[in-house]
Ligand binder design. Structure first.
Ligand SMILES: O=C(O)COP(=O)(O)O
Ligand SMILES: [Mg+2]
Length: 227
């Protein structure tokens, strides 16, 4: 039997230019164990991905702020504290930076994502002034202003319990600091070659290939092992 998977999306299932790699549509519909998409993106994104793969919509969004399994949604974190930091950031001249429609934050329920082009030093300064309840997590795709106790790893524990699966039986693949907590909960963890230092250090193994090349290599070896 292949193991259940906890998969990050950006940088892990994508190409270097941020598109979903077509191999996702070949490899994941047929994966014969639960697949949890665990992302920093807002709730609709992983739901849509699972839906169009024909898989159960079992997802972790907003870095663990939102978890969805068996039709039940769990929301944790304090969006007001995150927005207060972002408002203070704006007052000091900072910009959230996604343009007019801001589909990045439109459906976000527990945190705020700020563009990677934003003034990082100012954002961190303002967040630090708010005390320890709010932190800034850099995924390489956004700065997430979020409640400190919220993580993908904690959400994975809840999702695994709902699925009645030992969290240690999960294999996790990811690329950035928001995957470190997932790596700590899953029994086996892989950072793809493009991963940041935090993810590389936390992973059991750093794969030689980057992006979906790396993830596809992990999936192939897991399938081989299950034969
Ligand atoms: O939304 C982000 O910043 C990154 O998303 P990811 O967790 O799927 O890599
Ligand atoms: Mg990622």
């Amino acid at each position: 039997m292949v193991p259940p998977l906890a998969l990050d999306i950006d940088g892990t299932l994508t190409t270097p230019t941020g598109r979903v790699d077509p191999r996702v549509f070949e490899l994941l519909p047929a994966w014969d164990a639960p697949v949890v998409f665990a992302t920093g993106k807002a709730f609709p994104y992983p739901v849509a991905l699972a839906h169009f793969l024909g898989r159960e919509e079992t997802v972790i969004a907003e870095n663990g702020g939102v978890a969805y399994v068996d039709g039940e949604t769990t929301i944790v974190g304090d969006p007001d504290a995150a927005w207060a930091v972002v408002e203070a950031f704006r007052e000091r001249g900072g910009a959230v930076g996604w343009g007019d429609g801001d589909t990045v934050n439109r459906w976000r329920e527990t945190e705020v994502a700020v563009s990677p082009d934003a003034d990082e030093a100012l954002l961190r300064e303002v967040a630090a002034a708010a005390g320890g309840d709010v932190e800034v997590v850099d995924t390489g795709y956004a700065f997430h202003v979020k409640s400190a106790g919220v993580s993908k790893g904690r959400a994975l524990e809840r999702v695994a319990a709902a699925l009645d699966i030992d969290p240690e039986s999960f294999v996790a693949v990811g690329d950035s600091e928001n995957d470190v907590s997932t790596f700590g909960v899953a029994g086996e963890s892989y950072a793809v070659a493009n991963a940041d230092d935090a993810a590389r250090e936390a992973a059991d193994e750093v794969v030689a290939e980057g992006y979906m090349d790396g993830t596809a290599a992990v999936l192939a070896s897991l399938r081989e092992r299950a034969r």
